[in-house]
Ligand binder design. Structure first.
Ligand code: F0G
Length: 451
């Protein structure tokens, strides 16, 4: 680890320690809060280690056509802004990042927002945004000589961790809530060779158990309480700013679960602004599922100053989290950027996911909360037609095919959940139909689909 260039600063009490001094659970020994990576040399304009904004923009673009292995990664392409490794030879990459930014045409028309985009982080190597964080933190684990890495997960973190660990030749341990994760994700952890334990606990229970375990054995914790995860996960902010030619969109909307991702994006945009690569930060809003909405409640009740954990229930299992570890960091991002934190219902999530599907963009249910949230913000008049908006789609649609099939077969939602939205839901459902193997039967089905 490059302890010369970075240090860890406690988000709660401001205590500073070196990377080597971090406890296995990444909690501050003084106040118990989480750390953020900071780079002291960036402090002063003209300071020795302060990156040169113009040179970086040029260098990062050049790297897109470079033949160097590390330059193929959309995370390490920006390595000057995450100097956390002693040697880049230790970087473990699956060529993550560099994900597409798609213009949304139908949603844009429906909402009257001309400049509406989806940044599809589900197009990463293991199908979720977790890869960008994993390449960073797992590389640190490798550099520090760990043989075992571990995470608690609702599925995607475990898939990413297992893949990167396999790539690096490390062993991995996964704790997941029994019966509450999508099969696609579980299958990945198995295939990449993780020791996978299904616990009779929810995600929050898995994470607190793992915290005890890493204090007992030399296992490197790779949940987003690990501040190096967030260093990788801040890079989509750089990609977005680059795609907007170093202006930033007016508004970025992110799903919220354990709240590491919103914290990371906020950090990314903040650093770009502080280093003079962009002149302002976008508004950053976080959307949660109604049944797993501790931060949305907190913003409703006390503008994000205190958080009451909830017992989480949602079919968007990726964000089925009631006691988010990084809530303070995420709350600060929302407050600093004048963003919002809202929740959306199960039916609103299912509809938004199907609507994205009609644009040829699949995503997992947790990602679709962003479009559902934008619709609410637009209805409330909090987003105006002239604003540019980027939705962060966090996971690939094939992660949770059961959900999609349930929606189209009409078995996903309860009657009460659909109330008032039946017409909308029916217009989006496209169930497969059983027909005789004759041209006439297929053509009849075709006719039937035209209404
Ligand atoms: N979207 C997807 C697809 C996710 O997998 C997650 C989190 C989130 C959004 C929320 O991100 O936790 O940083 O606020 N999944 C974790 C996991 C918890 O274990 O895979 P967050």
């Amino acid at each position: 680890m490059n302890d010369n260039l970075h240090q860890l600063r406690c988000f709660g009490c401001g205590a500073r320690i070196s990377g080597a001094e971090a406890r296995p659970d990444f909690r501050c020994a003084l106040c118990g809060d989480l750390f953020e990576v900071e780079y002291p040399g960036w402090g002063q304009p003209g300071g020795n280690d302060r990156p040169n904004a113009g040179a970086l923009k040029w260098l990062w673009r050049e790297r897109r056509s470079s033949s160097e292995t590390l330059d193929h990664s959309g995370v390490w392409r920006f390595r000057e802004l995450l100097p956390i490794l002693e040697s880049y030879g230790n970087a473990v990459t699956l060529f993550e990042g560099n994900t597409p930014l798609y213009p949304l045409t139908r949603a844009s028309k429906a909402l009257g927002i001309e400049k509406l985009f989806a940044k599809h982080q589900g197009m990463n190597p293991t199908g979720s945004f977790k890869d960008t964080g994993m390449t960073a933190a797992l590389s640190v684990a490798k550099e520090r000589g760990f043989e075992w890495v571990a995470c608690a997960s609702t599925g995607n973190t475990s898939a990413a961790m297992a893949a990167y660990a396999a790539r690096a030749g490390l062993r991995s341990l996964v704790l997941i809530p029994d019966g509450k994760i999508a099969w696609g994700k579980l299958s990945q952890a198995m295939d990449y060779g993780a020791v996978t334990c299904q616990l009779k606990a929810d995600f929050d229970g898995c994470l607190s158990l793992l915290t005890e375990i890493v204090n007992l054995a030399p296992i490197y914790l790779l949940n987003s309480v690990n501040p190096y995860r967030l260093e990788g996960q801040k890079t989509p902010a750089f990609e977005i700013a680059e795609a907007f030619d170093w202006t930033v969109p007016d508004h970025v909307i992110v799903p919220g679960g354990n709240l590491g991702n919103s914290s990371a994006l906020g950090k990314g945009f903040r650093e770009l602004r502080n280093l003079g690569l962009v002149t302002r930060m976008p508004r950053i809003s976080v959307i949660q599922a109604e049944g797993a909405n501790p931060l949305a409640r907190s913003f409703r009740d006390n503008h994000g100053t205190a958080l009451e954990p909830v017992e989480a229930h949602t079919r968007a299992t990726a964000i089925r989290i009631g006691n988010p570890a990084s809530w303070r960091k995420a709350a600060r991002v929302i407050q600093d950027t004048d963003g919002w934190c809202l929740d959306v219902t199960e039916a609103e999530i299912a509809i938004a996911k199907a609507e994205l599907g009609t644009e040829g963009l699949g995503c997992e249910p947790a990602s679709a909360v962003t479009l559902a949230g934008l619709k609410k913000l637009r209805e409330r008049g909090d987003v105006s037609p002239g604003e540019s908006v980027v939705l962060l789609l966090t996971g690939h649609t094939l992660k949770d095919a059961d959900y999609t099939i349930g929606f189209h077969r009409g078995t996903l939602l309860e009657e009460a959940e659909k109330a008032g939205l039946e017409g909308k839901i029916e217009s989006l459902r496209r169930n497969a139909v059983a027909v005789d193997a004759t041209p006439a039967a297929v053509l009849a089905a075709l006719k039937g689909s035209l209404g």
